[in-house]
Design a protein around this ligand. Structure first.
Ligand code: 3HC
Length: 330
């Protein structure tokens, strides 16, 4: 999908004093055109893209863990097949995104090392536990629903490889969201015990999902610049509001109680009002002190160490293939 052997000698030079190149870059951004890997770009634009895309890739990969917890306990073969396919999709999203970030001159090894050493961030939402089968429905419906809300505007991101990766990812996320809602609907139409399980999952996931959009606009350090560059198109608060407005009618359709006593339609604003968000919880989870941060990172480190022989075998195979190709050509 993306070339991984780019000639970055010119691009990486990123000489901000090169006024002509900077003017060309600004003109492309102003015209809403795409910036491609071989184009000159300011060093800060490159850095912020690597930051955001690699965090996003890590989120997809770590995001496989809470759901993986339920593969062996899915209640039917059909649900198990759906869950397995979804988890595989998330792994695939991580790969597209690592590849998109590599076009900016960073290597997959560097990005993975940053994750495993705890230097890189990934989404706060994946640091919460999956305690019941209804949590799998809540993740698909709410977490993937929030991800779509955030990621559809990224299909118009000014950086070409990221925007193109997002188009495919969003199509898959939309299936994920539907299967989650379908699971919740089955539980809500089931026994009182099943419906109570769905309600409990909604109550536990609601606030973490609302926070997943990031800090409020007034506290968001990166938004102003990334919006100016056309990376981010809609602010954290505006996306959060869009998500709440779209989700409340779905909660009502499921026949579940609203998870926030202050959620009510404000006809004047044309939006739902909601209760106060406990930002200290988001800060704690981002800082590594959420319910499952340690467990998630330990699982990734373990998987990386256990996979060392696979990487070595793949490299040895590639070297053998190369020797054979050279031998045939000679
Ligand atoms: N979890 C962890 N860190 C978060 C966060 C969250 N929910 N929200 C914000 N942060 C971090 C930011 O990364 C930033 O830290 P940094 O400067 O050290 O990188 C800091 O908090 C301040 O936040 P800002 O609002 O200034 O940061 P951004 O402008 O980058 O906005 C974002 C944050 C909205 C997450 C943005 O980076 C973004 O849109 N990223 C792309 C989408 C993404 O990564 N989604 C994650 C979920 S993916 C997913 O859910 C997978 C799916 O399969 C379900």
């Amino acid at each position: 999908m993306y070339t991984q052997a780019l000639d970055l000698s010119q691009a990486a030079a990123g000489d901000a004093s090169d006024r002509e190149a900077n003017d060309r870059f600004e003109a492309l951004i102003a015209a809403d055109r795409k910036i491609e890997p071989q184009d000159w770009m300011p060093a800060a634009y490159r850095k912020t893209l690597v930051r955001q895309i690699s965090q996003h890739a890590h989120s997809e990969v770590v995001g496989m863990l809470p759901e993986g917890n339920w593969v062996t306990r899915a209640p039917s073969l059909r649900r198990k097949a759906i869950l397995l396919a979804k988890i595989q999709d998330e792994g695939g999203h991580g790969l597209y995104l690592y590849a998109a970030a590599e076009t900016l001159g960073t290597s997959r090894d560097q990005m993975v090392d940053a994750l495993l050493s705890g230097r890189a961030k990934y989404s706060s939402i994946f640091n919460y536990p999956t305690l019941s089968w209804a949590d799998i429905g809540a993740i698909g419906w709410l977490v993937d629903g929030a991800a779509i809300m955030n990621q559809v505007p990224l299909c118009r991101c000014s950086y070409g490889p990221y925007a193109r990766a997002m188009i495919r990812i969003c199509k898959e996320e939309s299936f994920h969201q539907r299967q989650g809602f379908d699971l919740m609907l089955s539980l809500c139409r089931g026994t009182p015990k099943q419906k109570a399980m769905a309600q409990d999952a909604l109550n536990r996931w609601w606030w973490p999902v609302v926070m997943m959009f990031g800090p409020s606009d007034s506290a968001s350090m990166n938004s102003a610049q990334t919006m100016k560059w056309g990376i981010k198109r809609i602010s954290n608060d505006a996306l959060r509001q869009k998500f709440i407005d779209a989700t409340v009618p779905q909660i009502e359709l499921l026949g579940l109680a609203l998870p926030d006593a202050e959620l009510r339609w404000n006809a004047e604003r044309g939006h739902y009002d909601h209760g106060p968000i406990d930002w200290s919880e988001l800060d704690r989870v981002i800082a590594g002190h959420g319910p499952c941060n340690r467990e998630r990172l330990a699982a990734r480190v373990n998987a990386h160490e256990n996979g060392a022989w696979v990487r070595e075998a793949a490299l040895a195979h590639a070297r053998k293939q190369q020797t054979r190709t050279v031998g045939v050509a000679a």
